[in-house]
Design a binder for this molecule. Structure first.
Ligand SMILES: Cc1ncc(COP(=O)(O)O)c(C=O)c1O
Length: 1016
């Protein structure tokens, strides 16, 4: 370098003008330009503006040749790039040789002048820097495949030689400055081997902001790239690093500047992830090289202002880079180029979204089941925010508690990405952007009382347990690592916990899904906040708990969102919590009143508006999830994917009627009848349970020629007039006109309410006597029964399980009298009882006709009648049977899918096991709650009868209603049933799990205790 300075050319203006005339045949105005080691003149001639370069005599010829060849290559491959173009000498040479007055030999070159203003003198907008990136990308792309011996030189400015800075460290006088440089050089030890494996090519290698020109009329546009004196065969990424190092000098957001350059470069010449991953270090190392070279030169040449020109900003930038977390800087740079902020980040969020249903609840109950509201930290003027910012957590908490008491809210939510003013302290100043603050919340807060337990949704290994003591810090902080199969590992951070976890957990401990992580801490332990859990995901598993940024700069929210994805789904919060859609409840109620039949009823005083169903859950318009223990239509779960797929696939292909041939209807009839006793071989498909029962009645009439009905008291069989006529539940209540002459009502065979003196083993026979009596009445008039119809487990009558032998006796009596037996399995069929496909099978009988509906299509309107060949033959009397929608290909596809799922997932087995578990729990409750008179159930068809007195069995109707309402308040849906409305009715979907069952049990326990307290 010293040699270079000694051999700097020293040609006068006049001599330069003479050279110009001699070698290029040009004359014009010359003015000197600054140069570190060569001598440059701006030359304005009528033929254009040029730069005359008199090359340092110490520069080896191969280097001058290299630059010349480089420019020629760019000219040939990207002629439109705004770089200097060589003007040949009068003899046609690219370079000429001269001898200066002091006898030194120099080479000279004339290149075209590139217009523009140095980037250094402009504002360096993001757009300009991106444009610079593009320019460099195009330039380097043009140099692909270019090689020259001069490109393989040994330069201290070669990024691969950054390690040499260590040898210059002693020129840096301040120990703390040396320590700073040493930190980066220590990192270089790890970077160097990776750098060696990256793509290398000839690059400009010095796109500093004096070598980059901007269009003065449009400062967002780069208009030129000049000075190829440092061009070198080097790692491609060094081009971006060097430009970024200079662009970052005195820049408020140096990583943002680098990101803009990288983005532009990547658009023209795609970078690789492993290149971008080194960028932060290479930027720093360029600066380390620069400041150590400056320091070393200053030691040799006292006070050369040119040498020190970029030293001060370079030190400032190095200190800034040193304060940053390199992983965050890298994340910003990766994201700028369209890569994931952390490798695998998107796979983590996708995995969580896909597997959300299998996550264990984070709170005692699934978080979505609590009535929730946003905590007002997004509103800077809200008193709770003001108190929190003023570090008065108790006052903030009191405000929140008052709000919860008034509104019934139980869970406060502090969303990801929320702009907050509570982050007032010094610790929230940005380390990336000058005079910016970290204001946006990157965690997901759940506010509940201090002491609320929180559990891990997935198995975990404890990474760290610590206490962060700063005011407005995390208090007790736990990091867990999760490695679910098929998902990249990720970390969860649990902040503001009580200190009890410190003694209970340590790094390396394994936690099962659902295991206790900690308790929400009181302000004294949680960093001084209203009690809450700050839950945060980190897709970068290399960050320590305290490195994970809980609050970030809004400018990089997209980066933080990948590094620290919104934990809402992991916490079990439904998307609808954030996005209310459609009309208000009041508006819908009003429109229903105006537009719909007024006698449609609405459940609950405060109606619920559901917007989504998902397995065992129904989600309302505020995102609250209710455990559906009532709706037995969505038999295998709401929105079952197999049903949705079968339905959409067939609907997208064909839907017609039974007058054309189709595979689905025969396939379905074959599968459905195979679930029934061998006598029941013929199926008819309709669209509702009512239609099924109506068709059954037509068949019955055709077969018996009779009309007389025997129906059980308090039964319901459908909505058409002929079915209302055989439904005492309807005709005996409001608006009903009592039984028609052909309708005969038999007693509900309800063992619980049987006369006390009936021996239990005689209940079947004794209750059947009521049917015999009705037959006798008919026979006394010279008539006989046309049919007997009963639900195989009377549901509307209060989940009544028939006494043993009842149907056997009744069917015998009815058949002897010439009637047919119809089993209404509309509610109880399709394996709900678990032990059998059909509830009538538990009675050991085979009906003549079975009607089915509700669960058959998992919500799709499909219903069926299955009967014997004999009945069918009678029905086939010459009149065509046609049903426009019945048995259509879409409905049959749905029916098949439902059967597939029940069979392939052994949902009958599940129903029995979970039903038994529930029955055990209910029986246990019965020992503790006097109000529980009777518990009844088989599989997932369950009832709990409530009485005010176990002896008199007087109905505890108010208690039953209060339990149903209390369960609803706690997010569990059930119903009340029976003539006195005192039976809790539960029919959860067949996929109901043990976890769901335990949830139901816990809610019932809680509700019973609560109702007992309030009702006395
Ligand atoms: C036992 C029973 N049968 C028949 C029906 C009528 O079915 P749908 O409402 O599908 O017409 C119902 C409906 O509640 C029912 O519970």
């Amino acid at each position: 370098m010293n040699d270079m300075l000694k051999t700097t050319p020293d040609v006068s203006l006049e001599a330069a003008a003479a050279l110009l005339a001699e070698h290029y045949g040009l004359s014009g105005t010359l003015s000197p330009l600054a140069s570190e080691r060569d001598q440059n003149f701006k030359v304005e001639t009528p033929a254009g503006t040029f730069i005359l370069k008199i090359v340092n005599a110490a520069e080896p010829a191969v280097e001058s040749d290299f630059q010349t060849a480089l420019l020629a290559h760019v000219d040939a491959h990207a002629g439109d790039l705004p770089v200097p173009h060589i003007r040949p000498t009068v003899t046609g040479a690219s370079l000429a040789r001269i001898t200066s007055v002091n006898g030194v030999s120099h080479r000279i070159r004339l290149v075209s002048w590139v217009d523009g203003q140095p980037l250094a003198e402009t504002d360096r907008s993001d757009a300009a820097l991106e444009s610079l990136g593009r320019m460099l990308g195009r330039f380097d792309a043009a140099l692909k495949g270019f090689m020259h011996p001069g490109a393989l030189r040994d330069l201290d400015w070669d990024i691969r030689k950054a390690g040499r800075s260590a040898e210059r460290l002693h020129h840096v006088s301040a120990a703390e400055d040396r320590a700073l440089l040493q930190r980066f050089l220590a990192r270089f030890a790890k970077v160097a081997p990776r750098l060696a494996t990256l793509r290398a090519a000839v690059i400009h290698n010095d796109a500093n902001d004096w070598n980059v020109l901007v269009d003065p009329a449009d400062q967002d546009r780069i208009s030129g790239l000049i000075d190829f004196g440092d061009a070198l065969h080097a790692p491609l990424i060094a081009e971006v690093a060097i430009a970024s190092a200079y662009a970052g000098l005195d820049h408020a957001d140096p990583i943002g500047a680098a990101a803009a350059i990288a983005r532009g470069f990547h658009a023209e010449y795609p970078l690789l992830e492993e290149e971008i991953d080194l960028l932060y270090d290479l930027i720093a190392l360029r600066l380390v090289t620069s400041v150590t070279i400056s320091a070393s030169r200053r030691s040799h040449t006292e006070d050369n202002p040119y040498l020190a020109i970029s030293e001060r900003p370079a030190w400032t930038l190095l200190r800034k880079l040193d304060r940053m977390n390199p992983r965050f800087a890298t994340a910003i740079l990766r994201k700028a180029c369209g890569f994931e902020a952390a490798p695998g980040a998107r796979a983590v969020t996708d995995w969580i979204a896909r597997n959300r249903k299998s996550l264990a609840p984070l709170l005692e109950r699934p978080a979505a089941t609590y009535p929730a509201a946003l905590v007002p930290y997004g509103d800077p003027t809200h008193p709770m925010t003001v108190k929190s910012a003023a570090e008065q957590p108790d006052e903030a908490q009191a405000i929140w508690e008052t709000y919860c008491a008034e509104t019934g809210v139980e869970l406060g939510i502090g969303p990801f990405g929320e702009a907050r003013t509570v982050y007032a302290g010094e610790m929230f100043v940005s380390r990336f952007i000058e005079s910016a603050r970290r204001t946006h919340h990157l965690g997901f807060d759940l506010f509940m009382a201090a002491g609320t337990k929180v559990f891990t949704p997935l198995p975990a290994t404890v990474v760290s347990v610590e206490v962060e003591p700063d005011p407005l810090g995390y208090g007790c902080l736990i990091a867990l690592r999760h490695e679910p199969e098929g998902c990249p590992p990720f970390v969860t951070l649990w902040g503001h916990l009580a200190h009890e976890a410190m003694g209970r957990l340590k790094a390396g401990d394994r936690l099962d899904a659902g295991a206790l992580v900690g308790e929400m801490g009181a302000p004294a332990e949680n960093g001084g906040w209203a009690p809450h859990l700050h839950l945060q995901l980190s897709t970068d598993t290399n960050l320590s708990a305290t490195e994970i940024l809980g609050v970030g700069e809004p400018r990089y929210l997209d980066v933080w969102a990948e590094l620290f994805p919104d934990a809402r789904t992991f916490a079990g919060i439904a998307a609808e919590f954030y996005e209310r859609s459609g009309r208000s409840h009041e508006e819908i109620v009003k429109m229903r009143r105006e537009l719909l039949l007024p006698n449609l009823s609405i459940s609950y005083d405060k109606p619920i508006k559901f917007v989504r169903g998902d397995g065992v859950w129904l989600i309302d318009d505020g995102g609250r999830a209710y455990l559906d223990c009532f709706n037995n239509v969505c038999h295998i779960g709401h929105a079952h994917p197999a049903v949705v797929e079968a339905m959409t696939k067939q609907a997208a292909t064909l839907n017609t009627n039974t007058r054309y041939l189709h595979d689905n209807i025969v396939a379905y009839a074959e599968r459905l009848t195979a679930t029934l006793p061998k006598e029941l071989t013929v199926a008819g498909f309709v669209n509702s349970g009512s239609e099924a029962n109506s068709l059954a009645l037509r068949m019955m009439r055709a077969h018996t020629g009779r009309e007389n009905a025997i129906t059980l008291d308090w039964s319901y069989h459908g909505t058409t007039q002929e079915l209302i006529d055989i439904s005492p539940y309807k005709f005996r209540r409001k608006g009903g006109k009592g039984p028609k002459p052909h309708v005969h009502i038999a007693a509900v065979p309800d063992s619980y309410h049987a006369p006390a003196d009936w021996p239990i083993e005689e209940h079947g026979k004794r209750f059947a006597e009521s049917v015999a009596e009705q037959i006798a009445i008919m026979q006394a008039k010279g008539e006989g029964p046309g049919f007997f119809i009963a639900e195989s487990i009377p549901s509307v009558a209060g989940q009544v399980f028939l006494p043993e032998g009842y149907l056997k006796e009744v069917y015998r009596l009815v058949r002897e009298a010439g009637g047919v037996c119809i089993a209404d399995e509309v509610q109880v069929g399709f394996g709900r009882v678990g032990s059998h496909w059909w509830a009538f099978e538990t009675q050991g009988v085979v009906p003549d006709i079975v009607t089915m509906g509700k669960p058959i299509g998992d919500g799709h309107p499909l219903a069926a009648v299955v009967t014997t060949r004999e009945v069918t033959d009678s029905f086939n009397n010459g009149m065509e049977y046609f049903n426009t929608f019945g048995g259509n290909p879409v409905s049959c596809a749905v029916g098949l899918a439902v059967l597939d799922v029940i069979e392939s997932q052994d949902l009958r087995g599940n129903a029995l096991a979970i039903g038994n578990h529930l029955m055990d729990a209910f029986r246990d409750m019965q020992t503790r709650h006097e109000v529980i008179g009777d518990v009844r159930g088989l599989g997932l068809f369950l009832g709990i009868e409530l009485v005010t007195d176990r002896k008199t069995k007087a109905p505890a109707t108010d208690f039953a209603r209060a339990v149903s309402n209390g369960a609803r308040r706690r997010g569990v849906l059930m119903g009340t049933e029976g003539p006195l409305d005192n039976v809790l009715k539960m029919r959860p979907p067949m996929i109901f799990s043990k976890r769901d069952a335990d949830h139901l049990i816990a809610v019932l326990e809680d509700t019973f205790a609560d109702v007992a307290r309030t009702l006395g």
